[in-house]
Ligand binder design. Structure first.
Ligand SMILES: Cc1cc2nc3c(=O)[nH]c(=O)nc-3n(C[C@H](O)[C@H](O)[C@H](O)COP(=O)(O)O)c2cc1C
Ligand code: SF4
Length: 499
């Protein structure tokens, strides 16, 4: 009995102690809050005001799981993400009852199906396309949908390995991003597009200029099929890459040739590329050294510079042209970017792509320069719409991140990614098992191409690249749709793509 009452008394003392400490802590917080001068809410509502920060943080998760409707969230809504998750897991992607998409929304694409859809036995696989016909080693691929640039550094080792293995199995290419070619890109055996960013990571002299020996060695790897000069990307036009110091571990520093633990900031432009002439010079210099197709990636802000470039190409001769261009959307993604650039700078792909294609047609260069479209084109309907506009290929970064398991926690810039994709924290990377995720990458890539073909057949054409602007109708402000070839008519008479 005495033992039980002793224990009860102990708990009572503990209880009073804990309450006392709690009360003391609240008093301390109260004094801190009323006396600080930085936060108005905490000064006016001491202690209670602190909950605001907690709820603001938790709100991100609650909104996603409990409150947001299927088509509400940004950058990607649940319907878009769920399709990728299901496709990646190779499970049923059908939906019940009816569409949750609002077909009256301005900009929505509605495909013009035909009364006489293409029979399955009449369907054809996408044609193999050659990129870089004048190179010593042109690249030929029959895949439409590829993995857009993401550097090792911005994404983790297991993520790169999973993408590389998945890309190999799917037969698509994988772009290294500006962080250089790492052993993990090569590990899976996929076709590699080697990106050269403004800091020229992996192929740089200490002063940041191009090291031709390093370029020849890396580009000489048989897996490297093409090279891409990054002029700009949609999330941060006019700003170099930013890899936060927390992510710059020893290995990444070695691959890039930079200091461990320090923010890795690239120049906001290639110092040597200042106009059309110097851009063509650089393209041809890299192509001469590598012998492989060379293109560039840019987000468009207007078209004068592009027209100037196309004019110069025709003056110098078509051999000197870039073999491909990657047009990124102003709303493209990244690991970390200033909000002012990520939100408001650069044209969206739905606007820039048809105009760029029209200009290529106008200068007779559409067959010579292949067009890769990127930017939120992660579901089959967006890929099909880009093909209608005139893209030859589509690439996605965040689509493949979802295939890897990304839950859109939006912490890519913090090294705390809960799914192990954008973190170098080994504990968090444990969750990402490359063997399993490579399969998802493979299934997702195949499912996108499968469903794009399904849209093409519904529109009455035998294969996806036969989709034309008249097959895509765009909803206007009055709620009615207009065919894309009426909105962008020039290309009708110049639609040169072979299909
Ligand atoms: C984590 C991450 C890293 C990226 N790194 C690069 C890069 O190194 N170079 C580049 O040109 N684009 C980079 N991008 C941009 C993508 O390649 C792509 O252009 C953009 O995200 C739009 O495609 P998406 O909407 O399919 O993601 C990155 C994007 C993400 C999400
Ligand atoms: S889970 Fe979150 S932090 Fe990780 S990659 Fe996706 S958005 Fe970025």
């Amino acid at each position: 009995m005495t033992f039980v009452s002793d224990v009860l008394a102990l708990f009572a003392y503990l209880f009073v102690f804990v309450i006392g400490v709690g009360a003391l802590w609240v008093i301390v917080l109260y004094i801190i809050d009323v006396s600080q001068t930085k936060h108005a809410v905490r000064r006016n509502f001491p202690v209670v005001g602190r909950f605001r920060y907690l709820f603001e943080h938790l709100g991100e998760f609650f909104r996603q799981y409990f409150f947001a409707q299927d088509r509400e969230e940004m950058p990607f809504n649940r319907a878009e993400r769920s399709w990728v998750y299901r496709a990646a897991k190779n499970i049923d992607t059908t939906v019940p009852f009816g569409s949750t998409r609002d077909l009256r929304r301005v900009g929505t694409t509605i495909f013009a199906n035909t009364a006489y859809a293409t029979l399955e036995e009449d369907a054809e696989a996408p044609a193999a396309y050659t990129i870089g016909p004048y190179c010593r080693q042109p690249y030929v691929t029959d895949r439409l949908f590829h993995i857009s640039a993401m550097s090792f550094g911005a994404i983790s080792k297991p993520a790169v390995v999973a993408l590389s293995r998945g890309a190999k199995k799917a037969g698509c290419w994988m772009n290294t991003g500006e962080g250089g070619v790492s052993p993990y890109h090569l590990e899976g055996g996929a076709d590699i597009v080697m990106q050269i960013g403004t800091a020229k990571y992996g192929v740089r002299n200490p002063d940041g200029t191009l090291n031709e020996e390093m370029l020849a060695a890396l580009a000489g790897q048989p897996q490297v099929k093409m090279l891409e000069i990054k002029l700009s990307q949609g999330a941060k036009p006019g700003k170099g890459g930013i890899l936060p110091g927390v992510k710059v571990n020893k290995e990444i520093a070695t691959i890039r040739g930079i200091a461990v633990g320090q923010d890795s900031i690239s120049p906001n432009r290639h110092p040597e590329i200042k106009d059309s002439a110097s851009l063509l010079d650089m393209i041809n210099r890299i192509r001469d050294i590598s012998g492989k197709p060379v293109g560039f990636k840019a987000v468009f802000g207007g078209y004068d510079w592009f027209e100037d470039l196309l004019r110069l190409i025709n003056e110098r001769g078509v051999e000197c042209a870039p073999d491909f261009i990657t047009i990124d959307s102003g709303d493209g993604g990244t690991g970390a970017a200033p909000q002012a650039l990520i939100d408001n700078v650069g044209l969206p792909i739905r606007e820039s792509l048809p105009v760029a294609v029209d200009l290529l047609n106008k200068y007779g260069l559409k067959e010579r320069i292949r067009v890769v479209a990127t930017g939120k084109l992660l579901n089959p309907e967006y890929v099909a719409a880009a093909l209608c506009a005139g893209a030859d290929f589509v690439a996605s970064a965040r689509g493949f991140m979802f295939a890897l398991g990304c839950i859109q926690a939006l912490q890519c810039n913090k090294n705390t990614c809960p799914t192990g994709i954008t973190t170098h924290d080994k504990k968090l990377q444990r969750g990402l098992v490359p063997e399993d995720k490579a399969e998802r990458v493979y299934h997702y890539q195949r499912a996108v191409e499968h469903d794009v073909a399904m849209i093409a057949h519904s529109c009455g054409v035998a294969r996806p690249r036969l989709l034309r602007r008249e097959h895509a109708r765009i909803v206007q402000a009055n709620g009615l749709s207009l065919p894309m070839n009426e909105l962008y008519p020039l290309s009708d008479s110049h639609h040169a793509r072979e299909g």
